[in-house]
Design a protein around this ligand. Structure first.
Ligand code: FES
Length: 215
């Protein structure tokens, strides 16, 4: 963890950020030779087209992968909607036009895609580091509330952190339950990041009784 590596190609470079990778393997499972486990180097951008580089990098849910095109093609831009996906026993996957408080200035990928801790145990808050597995975090990702119904029209989604409390989201966004159901839409929400709420993914104030401590 902690390192950032650039894999250079003639048409595009690929960057991998070890501070963010949680090894979901969307890249390694792609049916092409861009990423091949056990190969040295693991990533070879010249093995595929620029379009395939873009496609595979966009699959990365944590923002660990980014690319720099050298063929004159467009740089990554945010999706037209901000979406928060609640993962089964895992983090919140967020994508869109993101401004995440606590992200280092050189974490380029989390402007578009990020995995945010909601179990309370990450040592890399606000990002998930897979500590939810060891912590045996259980939440199946149901969403009970509907929000104010405002449809997401894009724009920046700001994610800040209440000290010792929830994630505070401001902007147009939707929340998708782990079932895949588009469950909630609106412009602001406090989402649990201590792991104790009885109304996940929303905060219900349980962080106080739980003694949750985090910046
Ligand atoms: S949800 Fe993954 S470390 Fe907390």
């Amino acid at each position: 963890m902690g390192k950032k590596v650039t894999y250079q190609g003639a048409q595009a470079d690929v960057q991998w950020d070890g501070r963010l990778c949680i090894h979901i393997s969307e890249c390694g499972r792609a049916k092409n030779d861009l990423f091949v486990g056990g190969r040295e180097p693991w990533c070879e951008p010249d093995r595929v087209s620029c379009e395939e580089v873009v496609d595979v990098v966009h699959r990365c849910p944590s923002g660990a992968l980014t690319y720099t095109r050298k063929d004159g093609g467009p740089a990554e831009v945010p999706g037209s909607e901000n979406v928060v996906r609640v993962m089964y026993n895992g983090p919140l996957y967020v994508n869109g036009d993101l401004e995440i408080d606590g992200a280092a200035a050189d974490m380029d990928g989390v402007r578009f895609r990020a995995a945010l801790c909601r179990c309370g145990h990450s040592k890399n808050k606000p990002f998930c580091d897979n500590s939810h597995e060891e912590a045996n975090f259980k939440d199946y990702g149901a969403v009970g509330e509907k929000g104010d119904g405002q449809e997401s029209k894009g724009g920046t989604l700001k994610v800040s952190r209440a000290p010792n409390g929830p994630l505070l989201l401001n902007g147009n966004f939707t929340i998708v339950a782990a079932s895949g159901r588009k469950a909630w839409s609106g412009t602001r929400a406090a989402l649990c990041r201590c792991g104790h709420s009885q109304n996940k993914p929303f905060c219900d104030g349980s962080h106080k009784d739980a003694g949750f401590q985090a910046d």
